[in-house]
Ligand binder design. Structure first.
Ligand code: SAH
Length: 243
């Protein structure tokens, strides 16, 4: 029996585009995307790619014309609608480059809906390159067949965040000094991870004073902030998410 080749093949290049896609739409890809498709993947007129827009889902598109700097493509058919994402935010104190890139990539893969950099008293990294961080989220989503991207919020001060905290959103505060086991209740949620130097006592009491906050432990060993974030996301996803 001759195997029927799956179409479109799973290996088609997938790219995120920053505009809403629709059937018949013609668009130009340039910059690194054009370089990737023409020079790296060696695609040309008639070849197909998958595109997603974080709004309408994933589409099959055909290349009309390919140059080294620019490619024109036409969007053909919708392959999948945008996926639903569990309502989980990750609040993290920025950590140094490399580790934060890893954190953004992994949190995206795990299905976090919103990433919120939080400035705390002991936050050391205070300048964030949002464009670079967003690029890591995009790359993870492109590789992992995702049709949704996490929203990357502007960095905010912890005190301001706590003051305006949404009434119905649980806040799981990861505290290396101890707390309950993270078993999530259904409903909107957020995980708060501290900086490498931890939270100050003042911050710890402000967080605990918030009625929506729950102090959670991730075990008896102190974890680095990036590891703690991933462990907490796993626990939440396993109990209240869509795993
Ligand atoms: N205060 C510590 C470590 C901070 S670890 C120090 O300076 O040595 C960075 C963050 O990871 C913490 O603020 C906490 O949110 C989280 N974290 C690390 N280990 C944890 C654990 N075992 N349980 C809960 N949270 C933890």
């Amino acid at each position: 029996m001759v195997a029927t080749p799956a179409w479109p093949p799973a290996s088609l290049p997938r790219l995120y585009v920053d505009r809403e896609l629709a059937e018949g739409l013609a668009l130009t890809l340039d910059g690194p995307q054009a370089h990737y498709l023409s020079a790296v993947m060696r695609l040309g007129a008639g070849d197909r790619v998958k595109l997603f827009d974080d709004i309408s889902g994933e589409w099959l598109a055909e290349i009309n014309e390919a140059g080294k700097k620019k490619l024109s493509v036409t969007v053909a058919e919708r392959l999948r609608p945008r996926e639903p994402v569990p309502d989980l935010w990750l609040l993290f104190a920025p950590i140094k480059r490399g580790r934060i890139d890893w954190l953004i990539e992994k949190a995206t893969e795990m299905g976090v809906a919103r990433l919120v950099p939080v400035i705390t008293q002991r936050t050391i990294v205070d300048r964030l390159n949002r464009e670079r961080l967003f690029a890591h989220a995009v790359e993870a989503a492109e590789q992992c067949e995702r049709t949704a991207l996490p929203e990357l919020a502007e960095a905010q001060k912890l005190a301001a965040l706590l003051r305006a905290w949404p009434e119905t959103r649980s806040l799981y505060f990861a505290d290396e000094e101890g707390g309950e086991r993270l078993t999530a209740s259904p409903g909107p949620a957020a995980i708060l991870i501290g900086p490498e130097g931890g939270f100050t006592d003042e911050e710890r009491s402000a967080i605990r004073a918030l009625p929506q906050s729950r102090r959670v432990s991730l075990g008896p060993r102190i974890l680095r902030a990036d590891t703690a974030a991933l462990a907490a996301i796993s626990l939440w996803m396993a109990t209240a998410g869509d795993w």
